[in-house]
Design a protein around this ligand. Structure first.
Ligand SMILES: Cc1cc2nc3c(=O)[nH]c(=O)nc-3n(C[C@H](O)[C@H](O)[C@H](O)COP(=O)(O)OP(=O)(O)OC[C@H]3O[C@@H](n4cnc5c(N)ncnc54)[C@H](O)[C@@H]3O)c2cc1C
Length: 347
């Protein structure tokens, strides 16, 4: 009998596995090569609080981004890096293997019984005291044990072009491209063209690629991003990462949130008698409140015309400020950054 079976070997599952100590743990991942490519890997330098990453994993550091809509653009300062996500996950896997057993099997069923939880895969049946759902957007653990879903699902698509990268990360808010945003992002030796949106992904993406006309492109990569924090604990386990919508409603980014939630989860799971409600409560304090604010901002944003977006970008242009990429709403709603919102709404 395992103490925990972690389902899913993405960032959330692998990082949690690295932090569990003196427990019998099995990690199940359905893909031998750690899952399909589906993440741009642009994250804040908060990553340095978690790891001292080898240089080979960081494709590039990015210090500024241009926010663009129509003819207007404004520069903002960022402290961010672009990760080679495959190398990053391999790095996490090597650490995780020191702590837990890893099997490449797809979980097809999970159910509870009197003694714990029964996890059935394509190749076997495993018994565990608790199950940890790190199984992403369509989490089977969530669907089995909880009757709640993340509030929204975004869709992302991107490709690489063999163009020479500049230092510019450009974000396009034009509604002809996306109801969220599109981007061109420099990587180590190439440029990424991508977008996330809630609706009409394929036709929007075609428009964007036609307009930007990147040269010598790779195949397209696709992924789903659930967002809007949902219930993440139940008597027989917890959810971590995308499975519980732990991503930013304004950008879809979820790597740092998965690391934060993984750290909170490990603190509870390493106890002799874990209380999963503590985990949920702490995650809500740290992530849920910011996610709620971002959902609200997202709702306001969805009502803005392109002219209003241009006006907002122009007010940002005058100020030139840094923003906390992971907690932007908490950051914006305090001190002088509030001025921008006030001037935008004519207050
Ligand atoms: C297009 C796109 C771009 C993104 N860009 C960024 C970005 O720039 N920055 C950022 O911070 N975040 C980004 N994200 C989000 C980020 O990738 C995730 O939030 C983060 O990696 C956490 O993912 P996760 O581990 O919770 O889930 P996933 O990465 O989805 O991992 C879940 C894992 O579970 C496995 N699995 C699922 N079901 C089963 C099963 N039944 N049995 C066994 N295994 C199973 C899957 O194979 C997968 O490996 C992006 C996402 C997309 C789609």
């Amino acid at each position: 009998m395992y103490d925990y079976v972690i389902v899913g070997g993405g960032v959330a599952g692998l990082y949690l596995a690295t932090r569990l100590k003196n427990k019998q743990v099995l990690l199940l991942e359905e893909h031998k090569n750690l899952g399909p490519r589906r993440c741009s890997g642009l994250i804040s330098d908060r990553i340095n609080k978690f790891f001292d990453l080898p240089k080979s994993i960081i494709e590039r550091e990015i210090y500024k981004a241009y926010l663009c809509c129509g003819e207007v653009s404004a520069q903002i300062n960022l402290n961010s890096v672009v990760l080679d996500k495959e190398k990053f996950e391999t790095y996490l896997l090597r650490q995780a293997e020191k702590n837990v057993e890893v099997k490449y099997e797809r979980m097809i069923k999970v159910s509870d019984d009197y003694h714990g939880v029964v996890v059935t895969t394509s190749q076997g049946v495993y018994r565990t005291k608790y199950v940890i759902g790190c199984d992403g957007a369509n989490s089977l653990v969530r669907k089995t044990f909880l009757d709640e879903e993340p509030k929204k699902f975004f869709f992302g698509k991107f490709c690489y072009s063999n163009e020479k990268p500049s230092d510019e990360y450009r974000v396009f808010f034009d509604s002809k491209y996306s109801d969220l945003f599109a981007w061109t992002a420099p990587r180590r030796n190439k440029v990424e063209y991508g977008m996330i949106c809630e609706k009409n992904l394929n036709s929007n993406y075609e428009n964007f690629i036609r307009d930007k006309n990147p040269k010598d492109t790779s195949e397209d990569y696709f992924g789903v991003i659930p967002t809007g924090f949902c219930k993440c604990s139940f008597p027989k386990g917890i959810l971590v990462g995308n499975a519980a919508g732990m991503t930013k409603p304004l950008t879809g980014g979820g790597v740092i949130y998965s690391l934060i939630a993984g750290k909170i989860a490990a603190r509870e799971l390493n106890k002799d008698e874990p209380d999963f409600r503590n985990y949920e409560k702490k995650c809500f304090e740290v992530l849920g409140k910011e996610i709620k604010k971002q959902l609200l901002a997202r709702r306001v944003y969805s009502k803005l015309s392109d002219r209003r977006k241009e006006k907002l970008i122009s007010s940002i242009k005058k100020e030139r400020f840094n923003i906390d990429m992971d907690f932007p709403m908490t950051d914006i709603l305090k001190d002088k950054k509030m001025r921008i919102l006030k001037s935008f709404f004519g207050m």
